[in-house]
Design a protein. Structure first.
Length: 387
């Protein structure tokens, strides 16, 4: 209870002076710049933003930006395309150039992770329409047409990430050395031996830096499970992976009945850079690619969904409407969830998303999309009515 009480703050703690325009607005001290200046005066704000991410990452021994050495080794597993000089570490913290050789904590055969059984119906962002909760796709993709109580999702928490979100709700993934190195064969055996596991969901961090490991695990599961065994393969990711690897991962999700959940942090590349340390053009390209390649292959269980966290002062109704308009330009039937923000990591000085902003964002999204859902509803009663 003490933790939640600490979220309820005096309004004065939410209002700060923007370092660019000098106006008093909802500004997190972790960035120091308001949304409007990030987007319209990005060149001026960039140095401030990069300093904020440097401070946020240095205690975890992570580089402030994706390294781009002229003579280093290329890692192209995600969209950052780090070029890592001898002695340097990649942006995700998993790969290091040691004497001209790229050494990784995550390979096809092992990765640092924590896996646990999450009883259905889980708190998954897709629970409002997934087979485990609704029976959608029964009998091919669901054990029961009434949901799967008594069964489990194997939640695979992967250490390391190719984004650096200042509001991260799972920021412990940055403590990569705390992650237990798990062999792919051991993870596969644990899944196959427990017939109560009906889905496996990769999250973290984000799965992208681990895609060679994940794809190998999935391959072994799909090849060795019994014909009638249901094991859906799902992802909660930022979507900024190498497109070829993303496509392969999506193919495995498709055949298994799984769902891919894109966390669309922001629409503006500049705002995404400010909040998450990198830009997001590849995210939206991969989102459309998965729709174009796979959506119509499995209409009974949507393969694709998106979520957006409503970060006060930054990811507001205007930003949500731009995201919703993008999704609708592809297909108005794609499910979209809005999530209520709670203070965490470097953005503990912001409030829970005010109720007025939540409902305005919902209304804007529903102007464009047919299937819009609100997650983290339990936070509403602790949220201020408005700023």
């Amino acid at each position: 209870m003490v933790i939640w009480v600490s979220f309820i703050r005096d309004k004065k703690t939410w209002i700060n002076t923007c370092m660019i325009c000098g106006e008093e607005k909802v500004v997190s001290n972790s960035i120091g710049v308001c949304k409007e200046c990030i987007i319209t005066h990005f060149n001026e704000a960039r140095e401030i933003i990069e300093r904020a991410h440097k401070i946020a990452r240095e205690s975890f021994s992570l580089p402030p930006k994706p390294p781009k050495s002229r003579s280093g080794l290329l890692c192209n597993i995600c969209s950052n395309n780090c070029i890592i000089e001898d002695g340097e570490v990649g942006y995700c913290g998993l790969r290091r150039n040691i004497g001209g050789k790229l050494v990784s904590l995550s390979t096809q055969n092992y990765a640092p992770l924590y896996a646990y059984l999450d009883p259905h119906i889980t708190n998954c962002c897709a629970a409002w329409f997934c087979p485990a909760a609704t029976g959608l796709g029964y009998p091919k993709y669901a054990v029961s047409k009434n949901g799967e109580r008594g069964y489990y999702n194997l939640a695979v928490f992967l250490y390391g990430c190719n984004f650096s979100c200042l509001f991260c709700q799972n920021w412990d993934h940055k403590n990569i050395k705390q992650g237990k190195i798990v062999r792919s064969k051991d993870l596969v055996n644990n899944v196959l031996m427990n017939d109560k596991i009906t889905c496996i969901c990769y999250f973290g961090g984000s799965p992208e830096p681990h895609l060679p490991f994940i794809i190998n695990v999935n391959k072994m599961i799909l090849e060795n499970k019994t014909e009638k065994r249901i094991i859906r393969i799902c992802y909660e990711w930022n979507g900024a992976g190498n497109p070829m690897l993303v496509k392969k991962a999506a193919e495995q999700a498709l055949v298994s009945g799984g769902i891919i959940k894109f966390d669309l942090k922001a629409f503006s590349p500049e705002l995404n850079y400010a909040l998450c340390g990198v830009r997001n053009e590849v995210v939206y390209n991969n989102f459309k690619m998965i729709y174009d390649e796979f959506w119509h292959e499995r209409l009974d269980v949507p393969i694709l969904t998106a979520t957006t966290l409503l970060v006060p002062g930054y990811v507001d109704a205007d930003e949500v409407e731009k995201i919703a308009r993008f999704i609708a330009s592809i297909d108005r039937n794609i499910p979209y969830s809005l999530l209520i923000f709670h203070p965490d990591f470097k953005m503990r000085d912001l409030p829970i998303t005010p109720q007025k902003e939540v409902y305005e964002a919902l209304d804007r999204a529903r102007k464009h999309l047919k299937n819009v859902y609100l997650g983290n509803k339990f936070l509403l009663h602790m949220a201020p009515a408005q700023l």
